[in-house]
Ligand binder design. Structure first.
Ligand SMILES: *Cc1c(COP(=O)(O)O)cnc(C)c1O
Length: 357
């Protein structure tokens, strides 16, 4: 029995994880099933190939693990850096703080997140500052307080800003001086690299990052994130941690092989550049509309803007989906690897029509 093809739905601006998988990822997914029987649990050739390709991309002999989602990647990476009496410095808008249901605390058996106020200057919204890290780590040193052990940065941030190489270096320098490890939540790492135009190594291990959670899902994979340890001493026993957490895919090749599609011809960067460009297009179309208050020029693939509540209601009535109040940032309009210019223009036109005339 054949199933009728489902017509594509209206594209949405709620999240980049609304998008499907990109053709290159889908092709390698197919290849991985066409290859027949393969060893399970990551002992397959695909997983070895992708790990090698990622080591090449990062220009270093890093240790790599594949998990199903970003919450697990972050939670398990942080748990591997902390004892239960340690703490993790992050911003108040960090995904690990606001959107992982206590996963980092749970998997670390109680490591506390120490929340610093994110930078509030336009253009730097959502970033951790060196001063905030220094203040957090020097606030207490007594035995009654969970000992700071990790600084966690989100790149690109939850508010669509991007840390420069210098900014990461500055925070990592304090971390090093204070004996903290540096974790990077890179759910949108590709979008940040596309904006910066730097090598992936420049913004990670060369700048002092110890472990990166490299997001694949939002960049065009069906599922899967890579946990990249630049310091191999930190990944000892990580494989057991992944297994215990229920994050070890037995048919690992279906998570790893699609990464080959992302890495081939820098598809990951092309996907990210496209998503970023669509955010620029949307920003250009709505920034001068009376009643729209854009928070800052997009640096990655999201536009944050305040709209009058009736306009929000009208847009929702037309079937548009988007988030509000993420990190206190008004409406969030997120573009994906497959967002079309036509979708952006249609959405922008509906925003204009929804505003009080
Ligand atoms: C999407 C996202 C994640 C991963 O979330 P999952 O739903 O667990 O895959 C992690 N960090 C940030 C900043 C994100 O936006």
């Amino acid at each position: 029995m054949t199933h009728p093809a489902t017509p594509p739905r209206q594209q949405q601006f709620a999240s980049d994880n609304y998008a499907g998988m990109c053709p290159n990822a889908a092709r390698w997914f197919q290849e991985a099933t066409a290859s027949g029987h393969e060893p399970a649990y990551g002992d397959d050739g695909w997983t070895q190939r992708v790990s090698e390709a990622l080591r090449e991309l990062f220009q270093t002999d890093c240790d790599i693990y594949f998990v199903f989602n970003g919450t697990a990647a972050n939670s398990l990476a942080l748990a591997s850096l902390c004892q239960s009496y340690h703490s993790v410095i992050c911003t108040s808008v960090a995904h690990i703080e606001t959107d992982e249901c206590g996963g980092p605390e749970f998997f670390s058996n109680g490591s506390k997140l120490l929340v610093a106020e994110a930078d509030s200057a336009a253009g730097r919204l959502g970033k951790l500052t060196p001063d905030a890290v220094e203040a957090m780590v020097t606030k207490r040193s007594d035995i009654h307080y969970p000992k700071p052990k990790v600084v966690s940065l989100t790149q690109a941030t939850e508010l669509g800003t991007v840390y420069t190489v210098e900014e990461v270096r500055a925070i990592a320098a304090i971390a090093k001086r204070r004996h903290l490890k540096v974790h990077m939540d890179g759910a949108r790492f590709a979008n940040a690299v596309a904006t910066l135009g730097c090598q992936p190594s420049d913004i990670t291990w060369r700048a002092g990052v110890d472990v990166l959670c490299f997001g694949g899902t939002k960049n065009g994979l069906p599922v899967g994130e890579a946990v990249v340890f630049f310091d191999r001493a930190l990944s000892v026993d990580f494989a057991w941690r992944v297994k215990q957490a229920g994050q070890l895919a037995s048919k690992m090749r279906f998570i790893s092989a699609p990464w080959l599609g992302l890495l081939e011809n820098d598809t990951w960067l092309a996907n990210a550049r496209h998503a970023n460009a669509m955010a620029q297009r949307l920003h250009a179309a709505i920034r001068d509309l009376a009643g729209v208050q854009v928070l800052h020029e997009p640096r990655a693939n999201a536009v944050f803007a305040r709209l009058p509540p009736p306009a929000v209601t009208a847009l929702r009535a037309k079937g548009w989906r988007f988030y509000e109040f993420i990190a206190g940032g008004g409406c969030r309009f997120m573009c994906a690897w497959d967002t079309t210019p036509e979708s952006v223009d249609a959405f922008a036109a509906d925003i204009a029509a929804a505003l009080p005339g």
